[in-house]
Design a protein around this ligand. Structure first.
Ligand code: 5GP
Ligand code: MN
Length: 344
């Protein structure tokens, strides 16, 4: 755990006391926590006199596009030259909800060349060492909770309006699995309660995030559940989705969000993994989830060229779907003892 010290907040307050050119960057394929944290921080920085720009490595799901300022997020895939210039000219760059440049996709190159002062706010494990101000805490539920604490430490909670509160509430909601995961502390719930007092409408946000299914997404979920394989001996369940299955069901970005949780929700299952073919990148994107002390961050780092948190991680495979599934099956015996002894 590494919260920032009082002196660093004092130093940052001094930096932010005059107008700055600021760029804010979420991780590739931003989720609720990434979009929530960057839009709320953008709200704070612009209302305190800075010139700020949010640059995302790529597009993000429609169910997040209602958040205030989300329409101002530049998509690097469409704005390479403009974004490269903004990053090169920035005084400050905020890196939110990730802790290594490679998690920002093609933004890795301009970010590594940037001369700006870097501020990281993130709750993933093993942060890279590039930030001048590093607020990294793996005990935090979400980057959105951290942005709230960050503003508290800057004595700026009074700048949180209803739109900022809604953005921050969204990230806490999505990253905690609706306040279910162990990362949900009493402080997380207090922050969420404060955000409701500041104008976040819990029911409305829940509808915007969870009650926006399309018929084709439900069909795709049916295919995913039908493809689910349960390996009882390993307390594991996995799901595959090929590009053809996605295409046949009019796949839209974000449609497979949460599918892996159905595999994890099986009684007695400790480890769940989903494999989703991405033909345009010639990869299979994978998401890993676990219960209890079974560590999927470590597993994703060792075998799937990825990482994340203990109970939620991601990665990729460059092999075919069949080879990828075979690989999972060949890995599992090494984890059998761990899987068996995990208390759930
Ligand atoms: P998801 O499975 O929802 O995409 O991601 C779960 C968690 O793992 C998130 O915290 C996400 O940031 C992290 N994660 C997902 N994909 C990758 C990856 O390719 N590399 C790393 N290092 N982390 C990932
Ligand atoms: Mn997060």
């Amino acid at each position: 755990m590494s919260p920032m010290q009082k002196e660093q907040y004092e130093s940052l307050k001094a930096v932010l006391s005059s107008p700055k050119n600021i760029v804010i960057v979420p991780h590739k394929s931003p989720d609720g926590d990434a979009v929530g944290s960057i839009t709320a921080l953008y709200g704070y920085l612009t209302k305190t006199g800075h010139s700020a720009t949010m640059i995302s490595p790529n597009d993000f799901p429609t169910f997040l596009k209602w958040m205030e300022h989300s329409d101002q997020i530049l998509n690097y895939e469409m704005t390479r030259d403009q974004s490269d210039d903004l990053i090169a000219d920035a005084d400050l760059i905020f890196i939110l909800d990730h802790n290594a440049f490679h998690r920002a996709g093609d933004l890795e190159t301009p970010l590594s060349k940037a001369k700006a002062t870097f501020i990281m706010i993130d709750h993933h494990q093993q942060p890279d060492d590039f930030a001048n101000y590093m607020y990294s805490d793996t005990g935090m539920s979400s980057t959105c909770e951290m942005v709230y604490h960050f503003l508290e430490n800057l004595d700026a909670v009074n700048t949180i309006d209803a739109a900022m509160a809604s953005s921050l509430y969204t990230g806490i909601l999505t990253d905690t699995g609706s306040f279910k995961y162990r990362s949900t502390t009493s402080t997380t719930l207090r922050v969420a309660a404060n955000l409701v007092d500041l104008g976040a409408d819990s029911e409305h946000i829940n509808r915007r995030i969870y009650d926006v299914n399309t018929p084709t997404r439900m069909k795709l979920l049916g295919v995913a559940l039908n493809n689910m394989v349960i390996l009882e001996n390993y307390r594991t369940a996995f799901i595959t989705l090929t590009q053809k299955e996605l295409d046949d069901n009019n796949f839209q970005k974000g449609d497979t969000e949460g599918f892996v949780n159905y595999a994890l929700s099986l009684d007695g299952i400790v480890f769940a993994q989903i494999f989703i073919e991405k033909a345009d990148e010639s990869i299979i994107k994978t998401s890993l989830r676990s219960k209890g002390d079974f560590d999927v961050n470590q597993l994703a780092r060792e075998h799937w060229n990825g990482g994340g948190h203990k109970n939620a991680a991601g990665g990729r495979s460059e092999a075919s779907m069949q080879e990828t599934v075979d690989k999972l099956i060949s890995i599992l015996p090494h984890y059998e003892a761990d899987l068996q002894r995990t208390k759930i």
